[in-house]
Design a protein around this ligand. Structure first.
Ligand SMILES: NC(=O)c1ccc[n+]([C@@H]2O[C@H](COP(=O)([O-])OP(=O)(O)OC[C@H]3O[C@@H](n4cnc5c(N)ncnc54)[C@H](O)[C@@H]3O)[C@@H](O)[C@H]2O)c1
Length: 257
């Protein structure tokens, strides 16, 4: 078991990448604090973990709110006494996110508050407990769009993921000698609710797939396996970097037909 005796907190743990990561981390021996605004989904994640013999607890928190982030970390301390793995994964892609003309200020602010401030607040409240626990691993979910511009615009989302990448690098440098590693996980286009709601017609899906050398969307389970590598001691000399798990999209200039 790669996470035996570890305590993990995963935001966005009710669905998609976060859910699959909670399940996999628990299977690998971690005690898991599942955090999300979706209470039913979070409870389902916990129920599944417990039915498989694992340990988990759900806490409802909005990662864009400081008091919620302080409280979620307190749950880790109260329930399990320690924190080693912090997976700042919760994120949104707003359906009204567009180009500089069409994106309203409230959509920009909401996207930044969840996707960027949420990571900052997770670290602000999580790092003191990780330090008290003897160190650990922080993983922040960025995206391939931190590297590539798209003509189908989602300006706030793209800017937010660039910020996550930059923030992860600097956090890594700041905490490198304190036993805390910080890395970004950058997924390619995935077959999760977040993207499928955005690419809501077959034509839009195919337009995106044209750019993916592997010719398919990724699965949340495939991201969970990458997150497990970053969470575990298998990546003990890895910090300040990015794990791009994207079906080759960022490597491609022309994709095979
Ligand atoms: N799906 C993709 O193609 C893709 C690609 C690159 C990056 N990502 C990123 O991966 C991460 C997870 O996405 P996913 O595909 O699993 O999406 P998802 O929509 O399936 O899951 C996201 C989860 O975050 C939760 N959430 C949203 N706002 C929250 C808030 N304020 N506080 C707490 N929880 C909140 C949602 O309730 C949901 O359970 C996100 O950061 C996303 O931007 C996704």
């Amino acid at each position: 078991m790669r996470l035996k005796d570890k305590v993990a907190l995963v935001t966005g743990g009710s669905n998609g990448i976060g859910k699959e990561s909670c399940l996999l981390f628990a299977q690998e021996g971690a005690q898991v604090v599942v955090v999300d605004i979706d209470e039913a989904g979070g409870q389902a994640t916990v129920d599944q973990i417990r039915s498989e013999g694992g340990q988990a607890v759900f806490f409802k928190a909005d990662v864009s709110k400081a008091e919620d982030c302080a409280a979620m970390v307190q749950v880790a301390e109260d329930q399990y006494g320690r924190l080693h793995i912090l997976f700042n994964n919760a994120g949104i892609m707003h359906s009204d996110d567009g180009d500089s003309q069409s994106t309203e200020e409230d959509v920009w602010d909401l996207t930044m508050n969840v996707n960027v401030k949420g990571v900052f607040l997770g670290c602000k409240y999580g790092i003191p407990l990780i330090l008290k626990s003897g160190g650990g691993s922080i993983i922040n979910t960025a995206s391939f769009v931190a590297h590539l511009g798209a003509a189908t615009p989602q300006l706030a989302y793209t800017a937010s993921k660039g910020a996550v990448l930059a923030m992860s690098r600097e956090l890594a440098v700041i905490h490198a000698r304190e036993g805390i590693r910080v890395n970004a996980l950058s997924p390619g286009p995935l077959r999760t609710e977040l993207l499928m709601k955005f690419l809501n017609t077959e034509e839009k899906k195919q337009r995106r797939l044209v750019h993916v050398p592997m010719g398919r969307f990724g699965e949340a389970k495939e991201m969970a396996k990458a997150a497990l590598f970053l969470a575990s001691d298998d990546s003990s000399y890895t910090t300040g970097t990015e794990f791009l798990v994207d079906g080759g999209i960022t490597a491609a200039y022309v994709t095979p037909e």
